[in-house]
Every structure is written in structure tokens, then in C-alpha cells.
Design a protein. Structure first.
Length: 388
């Protein structure tokens, strides 16, 4: 069984036992002089409810500790494997199962492996995602039942306020004197109700402050362990990808080779066509003269036909020349497109830098607002205590 390192939440239980014993003591349970069973019953019921809330929170904190400790062990494992292996460790983790030994983290990592595998290419990966899309603070929040624990502090404060009004209601309900003689007889029940109001308010606010401190400390510790693991994994074990520059360079080489091939074909066809025109012209003339001398037949019409054929072939050579020009223009257009894509990449990088800067500013602003809200809540609680 994995050792739980963060045991800060266990501090709740000795404090709970101390408060429970104190409430029993002030109500005369240990001395056998219980003055008001209703006051004792109300306090015991409130403390039982608080104990149940603490038990539920403890289970969520233990689940969170198991996840955070698994992240620590995985971080140590990555560091040890990096010392033994050169290069990226992704080949070790690509098919590894139960990397963390924790079902929640292993399930998230398996989904990350499948996502990366779908992007596999001949060399590296065409694109990939970060592990922090699957193992992140949101995952830890779900494990720690943040939606529940974040409301515990307010719930404890609310219980203290509820006990205050309940105690005052009980005291005022028993206070029915009409003159100075009867009023003195009802002071006792009124004071008993005020005891309930005072006691519930004290331990409700006390437990609220203590729980809020412990909860925030445990979550901050878990987030820190997650941050260390994600940084180590990103540095040593993240899968590599083909960058945009590599793809663009390969495309440029392919286009340059195609343009050179087209130029070679153009030169070859241009020289061959010129030689064929000259040879055809000589052959035609010799053939016409020889036939005219030997047979005495006028081959003028045949000569014109052959001349037309020579002209057509010359036009074909011009068409080949035009096709070469179009190919050259296509090459220039591709180079222009490549330059535009490079500029677009630079703009995207600048935009990402600006977004990261804005994210940091928002995070700082969020921390400032959280601190300000905490200060205001603290001031409100102090004023309420003074008022009460």
C-alpha cells in the first residue's frame, strides 16, 4: 500500500475531540450536573454533523494523497530513467501500462497514449497534445471532491450561525415575565439559550477557519507535485513531433526538384524540336527535287503539306515553351506561399506569447482577488464576532 505523505488533515480529529470534550464538560456531563438536556442535545447533534462532514472530507483527502504520491513516485522514476537513457523516454512510456499504479491517473494516461498513437507518422508524430490536457488540476479537483470540500468552510460557519439563532429562539421562548419578580425567574432559561448560541458560534467558526487552512494547504501541495511531474515529463518523456519548418523545408525541396526536372525537359524538347525542323526541311526539299528529276512529277502540293507539318511542329515547340513558363510561375507562386506560411507561423508564435502573458496577468489578478476576498471575509467574521 502506498505511503501517504501529507497527513495534515488528521489534525482535524484531535481538535474535534478536544472541542467535543469541552462542550460535554461545560454542560456538566463529567460532573453529573447537567442543567439543560436540550442544550446538550443540540450541541451533540451539531458536533455529530460536523464529524460526519469531516469523515467525508477525509476520504476525499486520502484519494487526493494517493494521486499526489503517485505523481511524486512517477517524477522520481523519470529522473532515474533519464540518467540511464539518452534522449526521449517516450518509447518506454508509449506502451507502458499502469505507469502510476493509481487507477484514475492510469486511465487518464492511457487516453493520452491513444491520442498520441493516432497522430503517429513515418518520422515522429504529425501533431500531438500535451499530457496536461489529461492530467491536470481539474483531474485533481475531481479526485479531491473540490465541489464538496470548498463548501465545507461555509457550511460550518452556517451551522454556527444557525446554532446562534436557535439558542436565542429557545431562550426568548422561555422568557415570558411581565414584572421584575417574574423576570428574575426566567433569566436562567434565557442564559441557557445564550449558551447554545455562544458555543455553536464559537466551534462553528473555529472549525471553519481550521478546515479552510488545511484544505487549501493540501490542495496547494497536490498542485505543486502535479506541476513538478508535468515539467519533468514534458522535458524528458514527451513524444516528439515534426515541426512546421521541417514540413515546409521538405515541400520546398520537392518543388525545386520538380522545377529543375521541367527545365531539363524543356531544354531537351526545345533542342530536339529545332533539329527535327531543320532535318525535316532538308529531307523535304531533297525528296521533292529528286522526285521531280526522276519521275517528272510536280510534287508542289506534297511540299506544301510537309511545310505545314513542319510549321505545326514548330508551334508544338512553342507550346512546350509556354508550358515551361507556366511551370516556372507555379514554382514562384509556391515560394511566395511558403513565405506567407512562415510569416503566419511567426504571427502565431507572437500571439501565443501574448496569450501566455495575458494568462499570467489573469492568474496574478485571480490570486489578488482571492486574497482580497479572504481579507474581506476575515474582516466580516471579526465584525460579526464583535456584534455578537
Amino acid at each position: 500500500m502506498r505511503k501517504i505523505r501529507n497527513k495534515l488533515f488528521l489534525l482535524l480529529y484531535p481538535l474535534y475531540v478536544f472541542v467535543f470534550a469541552f462542550i460535554l464538560y461545560v454542560n456538566g456531563v463529567f460532573s453529573g450536573t447537567v442543567t439543560s438536556f436540550s442544550n446538550l442535545l443540540i450541541n451533540v447533534c451539531f458536533l455529530v454533523v460536523i464529524g460526519i462532514l469531516f469523515l467525508i472530507s477525509t476520504m476525499s483527502f486520502m484519494r487526493l494523497n494517493e494521486c499526489s504520491d503517485a505523481l511524486v513516485e512517477a517524477s522520481e522514476r523519470i529522473q532515474n530513467e533519464q540518467k540511464e537513457n539518452d534522449g526521449s523516454l517516450w518509447e518506454l512510456y508509449a506502451g507502458r501500462r499502469k505507469v502510476f499504479g493509481n487507477p484514475v491517473l492510469d486511465e487518464a494516461f492511457e487516453r493520452f497514449q491513444k491520442r498520441v498513437e493516432r497522430c503517429r507518422a513515418k518520422k515522429g508524430y504529425s501533431e500531438t497534445c500535451g499530457l496536461d490536457e489529461y492530467i491536470n488540476e481539474d483531474l485533481l479537483d475531481r479526485v479531491a471532491s473540490t465541489h464538496y470540500n470548498s463548501a465545507i468552510s461555509g457550511t460550518l460557519t452556517g451551522l454556527g450561525i444557525l446554532g446562534t439563532f436557535l439558542g436565542l429562539s429557545m431562550g426568548l421562548a422561555s422568557f415570558n415575565g411581565n414584572d421584575i419578580y417574574t423576570i428574575s425567574d426566567n433569566v436562567g432559561p434565557l442564559l441557557d439559550g445564550m449558551k447554545v448560541a455562544f458555543h455553536t458560534s464559537v466551534y462553528g467558526i473555529f472549525f471553519s477557519l481550521v478546515f479552510n487552512f488545511i484544505y487549501r494547504s493540501i490542495m496547494a501541495d497536490a498542485y505543486e507535485k502535479l506541476s513538478v511531474f508535468t515539467e519533468l515529463f514534458r522535458e524528458y518523456a514527451a513524444p516528439g513531433t515534426n515541426t512546421f519548418d521541417e514540413n515546409a523545408h521538405a515541400m520546398l525541396i520537392y518543388q525545386a526538384n520538380m522545377a529543375n526536372s521541367m527545365k531539363s525537359i524543356q531544354k531537351m524538347m526545345k533542342g530536339t524540336a529545332a533539329e527535327q525542323i531543320k532535318g525535316m526541311d532538308v529531307i523535304t526539299r531533297q525528296f521533292v527535287e529528286q522526285m521531280s528529276l526522276t519521275l517528272g512529277v510536280n510534287f508542289e502540293k506534297l511540299g506544301r503539306t510537309l511545310d505545314n507539318a513542319v510549321t505545326a511542329q514548330a508551334q508544338g515547340a512553342m507550346a512546350y515553351q509556354s508550358m515551361a513558363n507556366v511551370t516556372k510561375q507555379l514554382h514562384e507562386t509556391d515560394q511566395s506561399l511558403l513565405r506567407s506560411m512562415e510569416q503566419l507561423q511567426k504571427r502565431q508564435e507572437e500571439l501565443m506569447d501574448k496569450l501566455e502573458e495575458q494568462a499570467k496577468q489573469l492568474e496574478n489578478m485571480s490570486d489578488f482577488l482571492n486574497e482580497e476576498i479572504s481579507n474581506q471575509l476575515y474582516t466580516f467574521n471579526q465584525m460579526r464576532d464583535m456584534y455578537e
